[in-house]
Design a protein around this ligand. Structure first.
Ligand code: SF4
Length: 463
């Protein structure tokens, strides 16, 4: 905190230094995606320290135990490779913890060594360490490239590579794959609810609803009831189509499924906000004969009514945002639709399409907005921008709380990770109802500030 108070508004062009990155490491995303397979134990092929960081970050965000195993690399594995450790681990995991699937992701160290995971998994099978009907899948997640979002994308694509099968050219009418992207468990539940209301048989993968937001019962269950089953993942190859939500997190899996099984795919923005949810519903209409049930129309109408009631308070308010590209694009669109003014938008996740997508959303307004991506698009940079010219609102993960306090600007926590609040995993921000919740949070932040700062003669009881 004291260090942040010494942040200056003098932005120096940096080439090699990142200060407080606006991203986390790849395996965290792979682990989160793997938890969206029913009875799956994620496995971190690297040191105990990596696994403990990945698990603790997920547990601190979701406030649930994130179960995972590790190859527990020591100095010897660093020199000779991690094959012996992974073989022993698979033998122990299947005999003690009895998962249906072990989802192995690599780490910086095992990638640098060059461990060949499929070859090690084959060796484990040959030795009888993988029981009949059980599966080992893998993805590569070196964390010196990408971010937690690309790790999520890689593990989601691995689900297609290892499981999806096509039983012929005939596809199942009304069966649609939904790849929800990195959103909260409650968002996955909300997306599934909308698909069901549209009368469709959706296969959602990965699906962390009822895994990381499972109810408290008197019994400990290492594998909660949620998650996509092996049978569902195999059946994705016979679906009529795939709707991928968020090109960074979901696009690679949808494209792989199209190539592997001939399932046509459509990649959309995450359904955060009115316009993006409209696009999602329109995409679903292609599979149900075009009907939109009156309940969904009513939910949309309520959101429009709420926005019209609130719009006078939103108009012209400036916002700084940071986080993951898929979320930022949809959030920015929603803020623009609310007549607010995104002013600074940064993501630490590298990639080619983000700047173009943000440019499409902002249109001519892009010239008034600072948009930055990559290692130097960090929390120091956005703090310096804010020091130069303040904004009315911050939207991003927990790491912005220092800026919020230092600059006295309200913060709406959104994205990953949220380490200092509880409950976000239970309430969606996707769909029309999620957009209503977002509007309420934004307006509450403005009005709480107004009540705090208003002189006594204009401290109003009624809006
Ligand atoms: S950045 Fe690399 S070394 Fe650090 S926790 Fe992630 S995988 Fe492990």
């Amino acid at each position: 905190m004291a260090l942040l108070r010494h942040t200056t508004d003098d932005v120096v062009e940096r080439q090699a230094l990142t200060v407080n990155p606006a991203k986390t490491c790849q395996p965290i995303g792979a682990m989160y995606a793997a938890l969206g397979i029913h009875r799956c134990l994620p496995h971190s092929h690297g040191s105990q320290g990596c696994c403990s960081y990945h698990r603790s970050t997920l547990s601190r965000h979701y406030k649930e135990p994130a179960m995972a195993a590790t190859s527990s690399f020591t100095e010897g594995s660093s020199v000779f490779g991690g094959q012996a450790n992974l073989l022993q681990a698979l033998n122990t995991i299947f005999s003690v913890y009895e998962p249906d699937v072990v989802a192995v992701h690599t780490t910086c160290l095992s990638e640098t060594i060059g461990d060949d995971i499929p070859q090690i998994a084959d060796a484990a099978t040959a030795k009888g360490f993988v029981p009949e009907g059980k599966r080992v899948i893998h993805c590569n997640t070196p964390s010196y490239v990408g971010s937690h979002t690309t790790g999520f994308a890689n593990m989601t694509k691995a689900m297609v590579d290892y499981f999806s099968t096509s039983s012929g050219d005939e596809k199942v009418a009304g069966q649609v794959n939904i790849i929800p992207g990195w959103v909260e468990p409650a968002d996955m539940g909300e997306i599934k609810r909308l698909v069901k209301m549209m009368g469709l048989d959706g296969i959602t993968f990965p699906d962390t609803s009822d895994v990381l937001d499972a109810p408290l019962t008197a019994e400990y269950n290492m594998y909660p009831k949620g998650g996509a089953t092996i049978e569902q993942l195999e059946a994705t190859g016979d679906s009529s189509g795939t709707i991928a939500l968020g090109p960074i997190c979901s696009g690679p899996a949808a494209e792989a499924l199209q190539t592997k099984c001939g399932v046509p795919q459509e990649t959309l923005p995450l359904p955060i906000g009115l316009r993006a949810t409209d696009m999602f519903i329109q995409a679903l209409r292609k599979y149900n004969g075009g009907e939109v049930p009156p309940e969904i129309t009513a939910e949309r109408g309520r959101l429009v009514d709420l926005v019209s009631d609130m719009s006078q308070y939103f108009y012209g308010k400036t916002v700084a945002l940071w986080g993951d590209p898929d979320q930022l694009v949809s959030l920015t669109q929603f803020l623009v639709d609310l007549d607010m003014r995104p002013k600074y938008i940064i993501t630490g996740t590298p990639g080619k399409v983000f700047l173009r997508r943000i440019g499409d959303v902002l249109g001519d307004g892009v010239k008034d907005v600072v948009v930055k991506q990559g290692p130097q698009a960090d929390m120091l940079y956005i703090h310096q921008l804010i020091k130069r010219e303040k904004v009315d609102l911050l939207i991003g993960n927990t790491y912005g709380k220092y800026i919020s306090r230092d600059e006295d600007i309200p913060l709406i926590r959104h994205g990953f990770p949220i380490l200092d609040r509880i409950g976000h995993q239970y309430f969606p921000t996707t769909g029309y109802r999620g957009a209503m919740r977002l509007c309420e949070k934004i307006l509450d932040a403005f009005l709480d500030r107004q009540d705090r700062d208003a002189p006594e003669e204009s401290f109003e009881l009624t809006m």
